[in-house]
Write a new protein. Sequence first.
Length: 452
Amino acid sequence: TRLTPPHSPDPSSLPLVCVVNFCVRKCSLMSVSPKARPVSGSLSTAEKEAARARRLAILSEYTLVVDRVSRLNEAAAHPPPTTVPSPFPLSCFFEKMESFWTTAKVGEGAYGEVFEAEHRGTGRKVALKVIKVANSLQGGNGISLDLIREVKFLTTFTSIAPQHTVNLLDAFFNKTGDMVMVFEYMQADLSGVLSPNGTILKDSHVRGILRQVLEGLSILHEHGVMHRDCKASNLLINDEGYVKLADFGLATNYKQREVFGCNVVTLWYRAPELLLGDERYGPAVDMWAAGCIFYELAARRSLFPGAVERQQLQLIIKVLGTPNDSSWPGVASLPNYRATIGEMPYMPPTLRETLIPEMGSDPSTLDLAARLFSLAPHSRITAAEALRHPYFHDPGFPVAERHELPRCAPLHDYEVRKRRRLERATASRKAEAAAAKEAAGTPDESRVKQPT
């Protein structure tokens, strides 16, 4: 994670070379991936030149890999005295799980768990994302490329956009072989802020938060990266008023290839082109998600809370109307069009009528929302264009700066979901107890009318 060349911030220009074989004492060319293979004699002249250039690039990066491994071994063999404070917030080359106090669990998922922790040496509060490597193995062939790609993007954007993406401070493997990623600590996520027990937001706060989200997406898109999982729980907020993008597990570089999988982005934030099976999409999918977040900030609820893909598409069409080739050229040729929209009756758009009760009737607000919710990806507003929109430059509607945003209570999506489960379980137990009393012929005291 420390191999990012400072002169090359573009993730697409970074050779993806990493140590993959930890079972041998000596680090060799067989310990890294991809292999610097000899140039085959059956290639054409142009192919041979390209292969030689690739081999030289891998060998050059391999030198950096070996140098990092050597420094890791040296740091492990000769740890610095505990009385001498480290010049870094965290050790640059060697960390272990015992270096942290874990105070609370703040997240969990298929990947593993996230803990709030404190670094013993510096007292700095951090977040530890413990990734079960066994869950990310690809047929026993090693760590998944998704995980490698996430570390790569996080390292890159920590250096070039630390104010807009959550900062990766370090990464290491614990004694059980799980990967531990050390992040700066962020007090809350947007899902927690918008929960019933969350923070009250004014109109200026909504504008300030949305502007920071769009600034982060603009930087990602400028460097050819689409996030592909932009949602409220992946937007983290700290006490200084910074709103940062997190979880780059689905991020990818859209300038390196044209075809992608459609099973990305959490369903409530998934763009219509993904639901229709379009595999040639771009950063417009992030802008659709930004539109969903915009509505969520104003209404404190989701605009399209579908349970399955077909229902999600129905909810979108109910608000935005039925698309056709005149409003969205080529939509009828998408793989899922005939089996979904082709069987639905025509529905007119009702976006304005849907937005006004929750977002008000301000023309610039409604226009920005409409451009974010454009069904046709090619006409959807970009992040850079959205930042220039009158919505953020109207003297009558101020935009809150970072220091003006309210200080959020420490609340994450994990705690919100845990609280909801507890409330449902409590309500279920009360209902079962009342039913048992009624079946036994004992009146429920809560239902007995008291004399006046």
